[in-house]
Design a protein around this ligand. Structure first.
Ligand code: ARG
Length: 583
C-alpha cells in the first residue's frame, strides 16, 4: 500500500489542481513544527512566483479544496504554508490497513530480484576479530532488510580459505611434525579421517607461523611455495587443508549461530579457484589484462578520478592469484550459479579501494554489465573508550569470542541480581539480552562511522539500547497475555493525544525501512524503533489499559499496542535479534 506521505501528497496535488494550479506544487512533508501541525505543504510559496500572486491567496484557495473528512485541521497561515493534522478516521483506516495486510502493507521493491550479500568474510584457521563481528552484524541486518523487501537475498560468507595463511600453517606443521604422511610425496593414501591436530592447536599454530614469517625469510618462502602447491593440487596438502577446513568451520558455525547470523552459502575463496584459469586467459586474450613488471594487471584508472586508482592486479609476477583475483572469479561463479541482479559487499572501509578496483575490473572485463549494481559498504572501526581500536585489557587484539563472553558475563550478573527469571532460564535469557545489547550498540551507529564500544551503556535497560527495546516488547506482551485473545481486534480512532502520537509513529514504518535499505543504514531502523518504543511507553503510562471499564475502548487500546508490538518484533528481527519471554 502507499506510504501515508504519498497519500497525503496525492490529496494535496489534487487540491492544487482543483484550485487551478499545477499539481506538482502539492508536495507534503512531515511538519518541522510538531507543536503546530503534523504535516505541512509549502507549495504555495513556490507557486506564487509562477502565478505572480500572494502565496497566502493560493494557500487559502487550495485549503478550501481539501476534503475535510481527511483532516482534523487545515490551516492556511502566513506567508503561505498549509498546516495539517490528520483526522482520526483517516489515521484509523490507514492503521487498520497496516494491521491486516502482510508485512504491514510495505511495498516490496525486490520481488523477483536476487541479491548476493557478501559478509562475514572470516579467515579459516585465524581467530575471528572485531572487524569480522561488525561485518557479520551489519551484513546480517542488511540481508534481512533485502529479504523483507521481497528480494531473494543470498548471504555468502566468502571464507578466506585459500590464501597464504594455509601455506603458513602447512609449513609450520611440517617443521613440527616432518614425519607426517601429508609431507611424504610418495605416500599414496588414503589419508586418515582424523586431523593430526586439534582446534586449539590449530589456533596456536597460525599466530606462531605468522610471527615466524616476519623474522625468517626462508620460512616465508617455504610458506609461499606451500600455498602455491596447495593451490596446484598437491594431494597431501589438499588433505591437510580439508582437516583445517573441517575443524575451523565447525568452530565458526557455532560462533555465527550464537550471533544469530546465518548464511545461505558457505562458499569461500577456494570455490572461486576453478574459475580463475579461464577468466585470466580470457582477460589476457581480449587485452583487458596487460603485462606490467612481470604481473598481469587490469588498468582501471579513469580520467576524472580525484584520487589515483592503481591497476587491479590479476596475476602476480610469480604466477599466483591474489585477493582481487578470487573476488573477480567469485563474481563469475555467482553470475553463473545465482544470477543475481546486484551484489552487495560489507567489509571494513579500509578495503574501499580494493572494491573500487575490483568493481571497475569486473565491468571492464564484462563479468557483469557496465550498468550493473555492485555496492560496497565500508564500515568504521569499533574503538575502546580511549578512542583507539578496541583491545583486550593487556593490549592484544580482541577476539570475537572474548568480546561476546565479556558481554554475556556482564548481562548475566544483571539478570541474576535483578532476579529476572527462574534459575533454569538464566542462560537463555542472558543470551538474548546480551545479543540485543551487542547488536543494537553497533547497529544504532551509522555503519560508516567509528564508534565506541561501551558495555555499560549498551547493556543498560533504559535509554537508546537493545535491552530497552526488548523490555518494551515484553511489557506489551505481558499486557496482551493478561487481556487474552487480541489478534483480530480492529484499530479504533485515537482515544487521546498519546494514542495519536503512537499511531503517527506507526505510519512511519514504511518510509524508515525504505531509507534503511536504500542507504544501507540499519541505524535508521534503530532510531525508528526507539521513537516508536517511546510512544508506546508514553501511551501506556498515560492510559489505563487493563483497568479500563469501557470494553469497546479497551479493545481499541489493545489492538493498538498489539500492532506496535508486532512492528517492534519485526524490526528487531531485521536487526538480527529477538526478545526473551521475560525480562
Ligand atoms: N576475508 C576478508 C578479510 O578478513 C574479507 C572478505 C570480504 N569479502 C570479499 N568478497 N572480499 O579481510
Amino acid at each position: 500500500m502507499k506510504k501515508i506521505l504519498d497519500m497525503i501528497s496525492a490529496k494535496m496535488a489534487a487540491a492544487f489542481e482543483a484550485a487551478g494550479y499545477d499539481a506538482a506544487f502539492g508536495r507534503v512533508t512531515v511538519s518541522n513544527r510538531p507543536d503546530l501541525c503534523e504535516y505541512q505543504c509549502n507549495g504555495a510559496l513556490a507557486a506564487a512566483k509562477q502565478y505572480k500572486c500572494a502565496p497566502i491567496q493560493i494557500a487559502q484557495a487550495v485549503a478550501a479544496k481539501l476534503d475535510a473528512a481527511d483532516f482534523s485541521m487545515i490551516d492556511a497561515v502566513m506567508p503561505g504554508f498549509i498546516n495539517l493534522k490528520l483526522s482520526d478516521s483517516f489515521l484509523q483506516s490507514y492503521l487498520e490497513a497496516m494491521r491486516t495486510q502482510p508485512d504491514f502493507g510495505v511495498e516490496k521493491e525486490g520481488t523477483g530480484k536476487t541479491v548476493v550479500v557478501d559478509y562475514g568474510g572470516p579467515n579459516v584457521a585465524k581467530p575471528l576479530h572485531i572487524g569480522h563481528l561488525r561485518s557479520a552484524i551489519i551484513g546480517e541486518s542488511i540481508k534481512r532488510l533485502f529479504s523483507f523487501f521481497g528480494y531473494n537475498a543470498i548471504g555468502d560468507i566468502h571464507l578466506g580459505d585459500w590464501g597464504l595463511q594455509m601455506g603458513l600453517i602447512i609449513s609450520e606443521l611440517q617443521e613440527r611434525q616432518p614425519d607426517l604422511c601429508y609431507f611424504d610425496e610418495s605416500f599414496s593414501g588414503p589419508y586418515s579421517e582424523e586431523a593430526p591436530f586439534t582446534i586449539s592447536e590449530l589456533e596456536e599454530i597460525y599466530p606462531a607461523a605468522s610471527a615466524k614469517k616476519k623474522e625468517n625469510e626462508a620460512f616465508a618462502e617455504k610458506a609461499h611455495t606451500a600455498t602455491f602447491e596447495l593451490q596446484s593440487g598437491r594431494p597431501g596438502y589438499r588433505a591437510l587443508w580439508q582437516h583445517i577446513m573441517r575443524l575451523s568451520l565447525a568452530d565458526m558455525k557455532k560462533i555465527y549461530n550464537d550471533l544469530d547470523v546465518h548464511f545461505e552459502a558457505w562458499l569461500g575463496e577456494s570455490d572461486a579457484d576453478p574459475y580463475i584459469p579461464a577468466m585470466v586467459e580470457d582477460f589476457k586474450n581480449r587485452g583487458i589484462a596487460v603485462q606490467s613488471e612481470g604481473a598481469w594487471v587490469i588498468p582501471v584508472a579513469r580520467e576524472d578520478d580525484k584520487k589515483e586508482v592503481p591497476p587491479c592486479i590479476l596475476v602476480k609476477s610469480d604466477g599466483s592469484a591474489i585477493y582481487a583475483t578470487t573476488d573477480l572469479a567469485t563474481m563469475v561463479q555467482r553470475m553463473q550459479d545465482f544470477k543475481p541482479d546486484r551484489m552487495f559487499y560489507i567489509t571494513d572501509k579500509r578495503q574501499s579501494l580494493h572494491f573500487e578496483q575490483v568493481f571497475r575490473a569486473a565491468k571492464l572485463g564484462g563479468i557483469v554489465p557496465a550498468d550493473y549494481t555492485l555496492e560496497h559498504l565500508g564500515f568504521g572501526t569499533m574503538n575502546g573508550k580511549d578512542g583507539k581500536p578496541f583491545k583486550t585489557r593487556d593490549g592484544g587484539v580482541m577476539r570475537l569470542e572474548m568480546l561476546i563472553r565479556d558481554m554475556t558475563d556482564f548481562v548475566r550478573a544483571k539478570v541474576i541480581e535483578n532476579k529476572i527469571v527462574d534459575d533454569d532460564q538464566v542462560e537463555a535469557t542472558t543470551a538474548k539480552i546480551a545479543l540485543a545489547a551487542l547488536k543494537y550498540g553497533d547497529l544504532s551507529n551509522q555503519p560508516t562511522k567509528d564508534y565506541v564500544f561501551d558495555m555499560d551503556r549498551f547493556a543498560a535497560f533504559e535509554g537508546n539500547t537493545g535491552p530497552y527495546i526488548l523490555y518494551t516488547i515484553i511489557r506489551i506482551k505481558s499486557i496482551l497475555a493478561k487481556y487474552g485473545a487480541w489478534e483480530n481486534l480492529p484499530i479504533q480512532p485515537a482515544a487521546n493525544s498519546y494514542a495519536k502520537d503512537l499511531m503517527l509513529s506507526i505510519t512511519k514504518l514504511a518510509p524508515n525501512l525504505e531509507t534503511a535499505l536504500r542507504t544501507a543504514s540499519p541505524n535508521v531502523v534503530c532510531a525508528y524503533i526507539y521513537e516508536l518504543a517511546g510512544c508506546v511507553n508514553k501511551f501506556y503510562h498515560e492510559t489505563r489499559i487493563l483497568g479500563e471499564e469501557d470494553k469497546e475502548k479497551q479493545a481499541g487500546y489493545i489492538a493498538l499496542i498489539g500492532l506496535a508490538k508486532n512492528i517492534l518484533e519485526t524490526c528487531i528481527h531485521l536487526l538480527g535479534f529477538s526478545a526473551p519471554e521475560k525480562m
